[in-house]
Design a protein around this ligand. Structure first.
Ligand code: GDP
Length: 194
C-alpha cells in the first residue's frame, strides 16, 4: 500500500488553502523543529526528497499536504518549539479541530531528550479538543536497545499519567536504518481504516 506513488499536493498557510480532498483519510505529523519529521515522511513513502529536509525560513509556518496514491493524505505540520504556543496555534489548531478526515495525529519525540514542555503543551491542547494522537520516538538508531527501552518506559509512564487522548502504544522509528517504519505504516493504515 505505501508503495503506491507518493506526491506533493500543496502547501497551505491559511485555512482557505487547505486541499478539499476530505474523502481521503488523513494523518498529520507534528513535532519540535529538527525532530526528524521530514526524514520520516520521506522514509514512510520511500521517496527521498519528497519532503524537503532543510526547512527554509518562511516555509516553517506552512502545512504541507502529500498523498499516497489516491488513498491516504499525509500532512507535514510546522515544527514547534521555537515559537510560542500561541503563534503555533491559530491556523493549525483550526485545522486540527475542523478537519473531518483527520484520523490521527502523530507526535514525534526524541527519546534521548524525553517529553519537552512544548510537547506537553501540544498534547494538552489536543486533549482539550478531544483529538486522538500517538507518540512516535524518532532517531532510535542513536540509542542502544537498553537505553531506548528505558527512555520509552519513562515516556510511557508520563503519558499514562497525563495524556488523555493518547493512543496507548508508543512507537519507535529510525529513518536512517528504516527501523520501525513498517510498524508505523501498519498503525497508519489501521488509524485510517484503509
Ligand atoms: P525536521 O526538521 O523535523 O523535518 O527534521 P529532519 O528530517 O530535517 O531531520 C533533522 C536532522 O536529524 C537531520 O540532520 C537528519 O539527518 C537527522 N535525522 C533525521 N532522522 C534521523 C534518524 O532516523 N536517525 C538519525 N541518526 N538522524 C536522523
Amino acid at each position: 500500500f505505501f508503495f503506491l506513488p507518493a506526491d506533493f499536493v500543496k502547501s497551505a498557510t491559511n485555512m482557505d488553502m487547505i486541499p478539499d480532498n476530505t474523502l481521503i483519510p488523513e494523518v498529520a505529523f507534528i513535532g519540535r523543529s529538527n525532530i526528524g519529521k521530514s526524514s520520516l515522511i520521506n522514509g514512510l513513502v520511500n521517496r527521498n526528497g519528497l519532503v524537503k529536509t532543510s526547512s527554509k525560513p518562511g516555509h516553517t509556518r506552512m502545512m504541507n499536504f502529500f498523498k499516497v496514491g489516491d488513498k491516504l493524505s499525509l500532512v507535514d505540520m510546522p515544527g514547534y518549539g521555537w515559537k510560542s504556543r500561541d503563534e503555533w496555534g491559530g491556523m493549525i489548531l483550526d485545522y486540527l479541530k475542523t478537519r473531518k478526515n483527520l484520523r490521527r495525529i502523530y507526535i514525534l519525540v526524541d527519546p534521548s531528550h524525553g517529553l519537552k514542555e512544548s510537547d506537553q503543551q501540544i498534547m494538552k491542547l489536543l486533549d482539550s479538543s478531544g483529538l486522538s494522537y500517538q507518540v512516535v520516538l524518532t532517531k532510535i538508531d542513536r540509542l542502544s536497545k537498553t537505553k531506548f527501552s528505558a527512555a520509552k518506559a519513562e515516556i510511557e509512564a508520563e503519558l499514562v499519567k497525563d495524556a488523555i487522548c493518547c493512543f496507548p502504544m508508543v512507537l519507535g522509528v529510525s529513518s536512517k536504518n528504516k527501523d520501525g517504519l513498517d510498524v508505523l505504516r501498519a498503525a497508519i493504515v489501521k488509524a485510517g481504516q484503509l
